[in-house]
Write a protein that binds this ligand. Structure first.
Ligand SMILES: [Zn+2]
Length: 383
């Protein structure tokens, strides 16, 4: 095993604004908590400081006009024409260094992709990446660029034939879906709160791709209040059969943590216990994994969750090397951390029935409509 944790120490000098929910500093906190729990203390693990991407790298996906507009916003001053590109909105405010910030995200993610493509690493995590809403010529949903699309394009260019993209952020990964909607070289799989009740309002099970890509976009919308058990059940019903049929060369995973019950922007009810079961499934699914951060707005919970994710991706049991000597207030709940794991959470029986009914209908649709196209074999066994 060869693992790389991509740590962009410069990332937390950027701020989208005091009241903006996206906090770049959470990536530094993940690095610190991983350090505290001994999660870099193994010979196969390397921490890598990425450089910002060169400007030309953005052109591997984004339009020249959009790149110019984003570059023009770097001084922090707003010009109303920027709105045409989604820049200067409440979700995507202009701030000083917005272009530098974007280049750093892309630099971190493509460094990860290059490690995987060259065989220098088989497991990479870049917590600053995963901006899955970014469009070719516009910013949206806190995403100024789409580092994921650029990285997947790089992997394909370097000879990978099939890349599986799995997205467990609470929001639908519309930007990535759009980029690869018509190809079977990328299988897109996203579980998310339904677009009926959450931004970006897309990601229905009927969105299945087009042309050669038909069947290679797989969306699993979830009802509000979906808990660990239902989420994990849906994931296990869909993801392993797809992986087995598709046989990806590499998995790119957007492991956003806004599915948690404490997340202020979404309405799912996961704890990090369900999340960790999903991370383990992803770990098992392919020897080569590029994991990217993404959303998550209850910062201490995201930091604990991503620390756990890094431990699981490396098969390590986290041990608090500073137990008793360092307060855990910034990461937890104003107290020392006894464990990185959340308490289990139960939803009411009535809600449970509703979320199960909802997801069962989505699983049935995918089994009937997607599985036959991509070659998932029907389960055999007793009649
Ligand atoms: Zn999200």
């Amino acid at each position: 095993m060869k693992s790389v944790f991509v740590y962009a120490s410069q990332f937390d000098r950027f701020s989208l604004g005091e009241s903006h929910p996206f906090k770049p500093y959470k990536a530094t906190m993940v690095y610190e908590l991983c350090y505290r729990f001994g999660l870099f203390d193994h010979p196969w693990i390397r921490v890598f400081e990425p450089q910002p991407a060169a400007e030309e790298v953005l052109a591997e996906y984004h339009s020249p006009e959009f790149i110019d507009a984003l570059k023009g916003a770097n001084s922090g001053s707003f010009d109303f024409t920027m709105l045409h590109y989604g820049l200067g909105s409440n979700d995507n405010p202009i701030f000083k260094g917005v272009f530098d910030f974007s280049l750093l995200v892309v630099g971190a993610t493509i460094a990860g992709a290059e490690f995987i493509a060259s065989g220098q690493a088989d497991t990479v995590f870049s917590p600053v990446g995963g901006l899955h809403h970014g469009g070719r010529a516009h910013a949206e949903g806190f995403c100024y660029v789409n580092d994921i699309v650029i990285a997947i394009k790089r992997l394909l260019k370097q000879g990978f034939q099939r890349v599986l993209y799995v997205d467990i952020d609470a929001h639908h990964g519309n930007g990535v879906q759009d980029a690869f909607y018509d190809t079977d070289q990328v299988m897109f799989v996203s579980l998310h709160q339904t677009g009926e009740t959450l931004y970006p309002g897309t990601g229905f099970e009927t969105e299945m791709g087009e042309g050669k890509g038909y069947g290679y976009t797989v969306n699993v919308p979830l009802a509000e209040y979906t808990d660990d058990e239902t989420y994990v059940r849906a994931f296990k019903a869909i993801y392993p059969p797809l992986v087995q049929a598709y046989k990806p060369d590499c998995v790119v995973a957007q492991i956003g943590m806004d599915t948690l019950k404490k997340d202020p922007l979404t309405n799912l009810r996961l704890t990090n216990n369900g999340y960790c079961q999903v991370i383990e499934e992803i770990r098992k699914s392919c020897p080569r994994i590029l994991a990217l951060g993404g959303g998550g707005y209850s910062v201490p919970d995201v930091v604990r969750g991503w620390t756990l994710a890094w431990a699981l991706l490396n098969g390590i049991e986290p041990v608090d090397h500073f137990a008793g000597s360092v307060g855990g207030g910034v990461y937890g709940h104003g107290q020392d951390i006894d464990s990185l794991r959340d308490q289990p959470h139960r939803i009411s029986d009535t809600l449970k029935k509703a979320v199960d009914r909802y997801v069962d209908s989505k699983i049935a649709y995918i089994v009937d409509h997607v599985f036959p196209i991509v070659g998932v074999r029907k389960a055999t066994g007793t009649v």
